[in-house]
Design a binder for this molecule. Structure first.
Ligand code: ATP
Length: 378
């Protein structure tokens, strides 16, 4: 049993935690002097597909391993289904985990790999036979029972790993970059399948990835992490439209930073001016800034338009025009961009009239979703 000095091992539900399938209360994990996870607070609802997204080394796998019980926190508490599990060993937590490298037992058949967790829990032989057959059918692996992992393709091994995790009917399914070893086409197909199974079974899922498009397409909510901290927890759409800080904005989707000036702060909104135009943005990211301050306006590529009417905010010169089928990505040099260049995304028909590199264009800011941040380092 995992233990920390002076701690009681309590598993009784507490009233405050009953509503969440998984809850982390101020969980910190240190390895020697380095902090891998810093004061993580997280609540995951029953049946929710929650993704931990962030760059390499930000603490995603550490958080997953803390929920699985493979690591013990230095501070904070972890609850599963309302029970305090901080000191409960991994095998007693009822979590199913799928690793990046599948970690199948190479000497065992598919059926034995899948049956392993049930045997370890003392489930009867007939019941094991039925549950293994059911989960293999669900994973489209009927007929492969007697094969060894080395006799399977990567995608099939992945299905066995998922079957092994699901057969124990886990309270929480933990997926650690499960698609990264698959080729692009297979990855897409497996993503759709996993999401479909997850929804059908209603199993609470924590999914680790550093691939933002994977996170955006699969998740109910995403926790964006950086350097051991959870920066923002939100739906994919909210993260894209209202990133809480500069890191989240740059990590989710694409965008450009424009030099702007803060004109006015109100309760929920603020007004900033960019070139000749004023833009309304949420005030929260600008807390503590005063009118007149220089700020950076973050705009998505689709919120910049080429204009020939009087609504232009500023001008620029096309550096490159990249045809992408249904749209055109336009790279534009302008002193208004914080680093001298911005990116715009035009529908192919809107880009038809724009000649290539060197042409001068006037740019308008459209859409409601611009966000402004204090300058870097402020
Ligand atoms: P990746 O996407 O590369 O897997 P991650 O976001 O999952 O990265 P973690 O594996 O959680 O990151 O690591 C977070 C930090 O903790 C890193 O700086 C890592 O080097 C460190 N770390 C992780 N496990 C250990 C360990 N067992 N001993 C010492 N340091 C560790």
């Amino acid at each position: 049993m995992l233990s920390r000095p002076g701690r009681a091992s309590v598993t009784a539900p507490t009233a405050a935690s009953v509503e969440a399938a998984v809850r982390l209360d101020g969980v910190t994990k240190r390895f020697g002097p380095s902090v891998a996870l810093d004061q993580a607070w997280l609540k995951i609802g029953r049946g929710e597909f929650m993704t931990l997204l962030g760059p390499s080394g930000c603490g995603k796998t550490t958080l997953l391993n803390l929920v699985a019980g493979f690591l013990a926190p230095n501070e904070g508490e972890i609850f599963i289904d309302g029970s305090l599990v901080t000191d409960v060993p991994a095998f007693a937590r009822q979590t199913g985990i799928v690793f990046q490298n599948y970690a199948l037992f190479p000497h065992m058949t598919v059926a034995s790999n899948v049956a392993y967790g049930l045997k370890a829990r003392g489930v009867g032989k007939d019941e094991i036979g039925k549950r293994v057959a059911d989960v293999l059918a669900m994973m489209k692996l009927t007929g492969y029972e007697a094969r060894k992992p080395r006799e399977l393709s990567g995608g099939q091994q992945q299905r066995v790993a998922l079957a092994r995790a699901l057969v124990i009917e886990p309270k929480v399914l933990l997926l650690d970059e499960p698609f990264s070893a698959l080729d692009k086409n297979l990855r897409g197909a497996m993503q759709v399948e996993v999401k479909e199974i997850q929804r059908r079974l209603g199993v609470t899922t924590i999914f680790v990835t550093h691939d933002q498009s994977e996170a955006l397409s699969l998740s109910d909510r995403i926790a964006v992490m950086s350097a051991g901290r959870i920066c923002q927890i939100d739906t994919p759409e909210a993260l894209y439209r209202r990133p809480a800080d500069r890191f989240v904005a740059s990590f989710i989707g694409e965008g450009s930073l424009l030099s702007a000036t803060l004109d006015r702060m109100e309760d929920d909104s603020a007004t900033v001016s960019v070139g000749r135009r004023a833009v309304t943005v949420p005030s929260a990211p600008l807390a503590g800034q005063s009118p007149g301050a220089r700020v950076d306006l973050f705009v998505r590529p689709e919120h910049l338009q080429v204009t020939t009417t009087g609504d232009a905010a500023f001008e620029g010169e096309v550096a490159a025009s990249i045809y992408q089928g249904d749209h055109v990505d336009l790279y534009v040099d302008t002193p208004q961009a914080a680093n001298g260049r911005l990116m715009m995304r035009l529908a192919a028909r809107d880009a038809a009239g724009i000649s290539g590199a060197g042409s001068k264009i006037a740019i308008a800011i459209t859409g409601e979703d611009a966000v402004a941040f204090p300058p870097a380092g402020a």
